[in-house]
Design a protein around this ligand. Structure first.
Ligand SMILES: NC(=O)C1=CN([C@@H]2O[C@H](COP(=O)(O)OP(=O)(O)OC[C@H]3O[C@@H](n4cnc5c(N)ncnc54)[C@H](O)[C@@H]3O)[C@@H](O)[C@H]2O)C=CC1
Ligand SMILES: CCCCC/C=C\C=C\C(=O)C/C=C\C/C=C\CCCC(=O)O
Length: 267
């Protein structure tokens, strides 16, 4: 897909990787509708982007992806402002091990409902022009990690869901493709590289013992920069014949496509 003039909706776009995906699309002369539950950060990002890319090319809508009406309102507003929608990035996510319902609601159901809304609002069948959905999972959606089993469960669900939706024979007629991006540890607020000492601390529900395991794993695997992940993300948008693609971005191996095989390492 050539990104010039294309319109993207990005959930969790106020900061971190979502904001970086948005910036990359804007730099490629696309237009972006950011949505996020954090409106303070969302409007800060909007102001910054408007200064660089112009008021006509970017908007922000406050939204909680676990509230279907709130999420659908973003699709409606984006179509109203920009007249079309071509790309949906289901990126909003959180990492906590002490609230299974919230984790599944945001990381799993938020992505599934975002995909359903994307199919409805983008599909040629319902008056759209077709387009691409990028669902954000994690390498923790392809391999077990003992200190974050709930997060892992939420991220595995996205890989299976995206692969399944991608197999629908109706996609061709609808002009839709569905892809999944699985970054390894990446240097954002969620990761907070100082969490082991003076930072915010490890995610809620992670014990001291598990913290040691996490540190060991982080040391062994390394930490992606945001730019490295954005490079993979842009490839998923730009390459047209990748329906069903699952891409990992890791410090050691860079960008790789996965074909249903589990990662080789044991954790
Ligand atoms: N940072 C990392 O190491 C990795 C992150 N990921 C995934 O990438 C995505 C983005 O992560 P980061 O940018 O690192 O995290 P982040 O914490 O910096 O950003 C996540 C954004 O999602 C928003 N959000 C959370 N709950 C929401 C809700 N209910 N409705 C709307 N927005 C909501 C937050 O307000 C925040 O702006 C997440 O899905 C995460 O699981 C995947 C692999 C590695
Ligand atoms: C205790 C948690 C530490 C902080 C982690 C913060 C964010 C992590 C987000 C993720 O999505 C986790 C990403 C990767 C972990 C999963 C597997 C590691 C193996 C990756 C590899 O082989 O390089």
């Amino acid at each position: 897909m050539k990104l010039k003039g294309k319109v993207a909706l990005i959930s969790g776009g106020a900061r971190g990787l979502g904001r970086a995906y948005a910036e990359a699309i804007l730099k490629a002369s696309g237009k972006v509708c950011l949505c996020d539950i954090d409106s303070e950060e969302g409007f800060k990002t909007l102001n910054k982007f408007q200064k660089t890319f112009g008021n006509d090319n970017v908007m922000f809508v406050k939204c909680d992806v676990t509230d279907h009406n709130s999420f659908e309102n973003v699709f409606k507003q984006a179509k109203r402002k920009f007249g079309a929608l071509d790309i949906v990035v289901n990126n909003a996510g959180l990492l906590t091990e002490d609230n299974v319902r919230k984790t599944m609601m945001v990381n799993s159901i938020g992505v599934i409902e975002g995909t359903q809304l994307a199919t409805h609002y983008l599909s040629k069948e319902s008056g759209g022009q077709g387009g691409v959905v990028v669902n954000i999972s994690s390498t923790a959606g392809l391999t077990p990690v003992f200190y974050m089993p709930i997060y892992v469960a939420s991220k595995y669900s996205i890989v299976g869901y995206t692969r399944s939706v991608a197999q629908n024979p109706a996609n061709k007629e609808r002009g839709m493709r569905y892809t999944c991006l699985c970054p390894a540890f990446t240097d954002t607020t969620m990761f907070d590289k100082k969490w082991s000492d003076e930072g915010e601390g490890p995610p809620p529900g992670v014990s001291e013992e598990e913290k040691k395991g996490a540190l060991h794993l982080i040391e062994a695997t390394g930490v992606n920069t945001v730019e490295e992940v954005v490079k993979g993300f842009m490839l998923l948008l730009e390459v047209d014949d990748n329906n069903g693609a699952v891409m990992t971005v890791t410090k050691k191996h860079g960008i790789q496509y996965r074909h249903g095989k589990p990662l080789s390492h044991k954790l």
